[in-house]
Design a protein around this ligand. Structure first.
Ligand SMILES: Nc1nc2c(ncn2[C@@H]2O[C@H](COP(=O)(O)OP(=O)(O)O)[C@@H](O)[C@H]2O)c(=O)[nH]1
Ligand SMILES: [Mg+2]
Length: 480
């Protein structure tokens, strides 16, 4: 790879060579909900996940991988039933050995200790798990209490019975708030206090979270919370990015990973001279590749890497190319040229602006206000479209990527685009000369625009759309 090509190598590809997968050890009794948890966090539900993951006994040295998500590798301890001293030793040795391996990709990156929230008298951890918790390891350990929905249901039934006996009514908000309090109290009594006792401490010593893999939104947030916690306790930036890429249950973590990857390379490149001389097409390509890679969606046909998608994304940023015109500069011919003949410089369409925009996409990178504004919008638009797609895919139970879904995300985003582009334009209007553009302030600004405009799932009423597996027409992305 030449030095100039290295500038345009996607960061996610480089990272992947060094650390192809996040390696996690899950421990906990058989039936605790480990498989369900992994499926929910890493979006591997469906037939393919189950086929590769038989319940029951597992050998810790034979990790699970998943055909629909190749960014993770999961080691599963066998349950530590009474008398399984040999297995306990095997697991402790495994942790020790894996934490000393030199290659980042071979190391164990996290241990998730899973325990079903116990009912009265139930024991929280097996002896083997207790030994892990009492050991001192370099590897971050998260304690995950599973099946929170069962505890919650239980409390609801109880409260309803009490209300009935007393012949009382309670409005929904008050009821939910009461249940929240009861559930918190029960978590303390059944899980946190026993953990403190075990650790001989006033605090549980480990970060913990209560989760449920139930499909209700209130429980989906518990899975996202686990991801936040797991990320928080990872020290190495590379592993942080890897885990954020691997997971498919927390869109904010994907956005953050996108921002971190962007900050490492391209955003900085925008304000420096390193991109000068590259074709715009190659710059847009690498941005597409990196941003799409960060979201790690199951896309067996690589629709998200397709030139057709790049062409549609280019149409979305046309309105920022030149403020003096209402024409839509990227003509059908120009779009076709992007798809079919990436190298050709096309002079198409009736106005000078058309020629200019087509030249922007087909020409070489230049550090002009117009160009920079479009490039920033391209980054922001693509990130927010991936954010939209995330929720579309999540609501459909992690189906493989389809062109129809991408079209739908593009249409949804088109209607949300105006304020995004308005803020980019307003910001760019304030630029003096680029030599005085503060790089870190500029990156912060891009980050803010993305975060402010990201999907607020609680405000989003998702509609089903007809599924047409051909790419939408560019004109559908333009104002009418
Ligand atoms: N109610 C409820 N059931 C769960 C949950 N997670 C798993 N289960 C059920 O518990 C059983 C064991 O789950 P599994 O993931 O196979 O446990 P593993 O043996 O630890 O891998 C299955 O019947 C799951 O459907 C949960 O969050 N809530
Ligand atoms: Mg299992």
């Amino acid at each position: 790879m030449s030095a100039s090509e290295a500038v345009l190598a996607p960061y996610t590809d480089i990272l992947r060579q060094e650390c192809p997968r996040v390696r996690i050890l899950v421990v906990g009794k058989s039936g605790a909900g480990k498989s369900a948890l992994i499926n929910a966090v890493f979006g591997v539900e469906g037939a393919t996940a189950v086929a590769n993951w038989t319940p029951g006994k597992h050998d810790i040295d034979e990790p699970h991988s998943f055909p629909t998500n190749d960014r993770i590798i999961i080691h599963d301890s066998q349950g530590f039933e009474a008398g399984e001293e040999a297995n306990i030793k095997k697991v402790l040795d495994f942790i020790d050995r894996r934490s000393k391996m030199p290659a980042l990709g071979d190391q164990l990156h996290a241990i998730w200790v899973c325990a079903e929230i116990p009912f009265a008298g139930g024991r929280l951890f097996e002896t083997g798990v207790e030994q892990i918790l009492k050991g001192s390891w370099e590897i971050p350990i998260i304690v995950v209490f599973t099946k929170l929905d069962v505890l919650r249901d239980h409390q609801e039934v109880k409260l309803n019975q009490e209300l009935e006996e007393r012949g009382e009514d309670m409005d929904d908000n008050e009821f939910d708030a009461k249940i929240d309090t009861f559930v918190d109290q029960e978590m303390q009594d059944r899980c946190i206090l026993p953990l403190c006792t075990l650790m001989e401490s006033d605090s549980p010593k480990y970060p913990w979270v209560a989760t449920s893999t139930d499909s209700k939104p209130q429980f989906k947030t518990t899975i996202a919370e686990l991801v936040n916690l797991a990320l928080k306790w990872i020290n190495l930036e590379k592993v942080w990015i890897e885990l954020a890429i691997a997971q498919r249950s927390n869109a904010k973590a994907s956005i953050e990973a996108s921002i971190r990857v962007g900050r490492k390379r391209y955003w900085r490149g925008l304000f420096s001279d390193i991109l000068l001389g590259f074709t715009m097409r190659s710059v847009l390509n690498v941005l597409q590749r990196d941003i799409v890679n960060v979201w790690n969606m199951h896309d067996p046909n690589s629709h998200l890497q397709a030139p057709e998608f790049l062409a549609l994304l280019s149409v979305l940023v046309e309105d920022l190319y030149d403020e003096a015109t209402n024409d839509y500069p990227l003509t059908k011919k120009a779009v076709d040229a992007i798809i079919e003949n990436p190298k050709a410089i096309i002079i198409a369409g009736p106005t000078a602006v058309i020629v200019l925009f087509a030249e922007w996409v087909q020409g070489t990178y230049k550090k002009t206000k117009n160009s920079l504004r479009c490039l920033i919008a391209f980054i922001v638009d693509l990130t927010l479209i991936m954010d939209t797609l995330f929720y579309l895919v999540l609501s459909r139970g992690q189906t493989p990527m389809k062109i129809a879904l991408i079209n739908q995300a593009l249409r949804i985003y088109k209607d949300r685009k105006a304020p995004v582009h308005t803020s980019i334009r307003a910001w760019a209007d304030g630029w003096g000369t680029f030599t005085h553009l503060d790089e870190s302030a500029a990156m912060k600004k891009i980050e803010n625009i993305i975060l402010i405009n990201s999907v607020k799932p609680e405000q989003w009423d998702m509609q089903d759309e007809p599924s047409d597996e051909s790419w939408m027409a560019p004109d559908a992305l333009r104002e009418t």
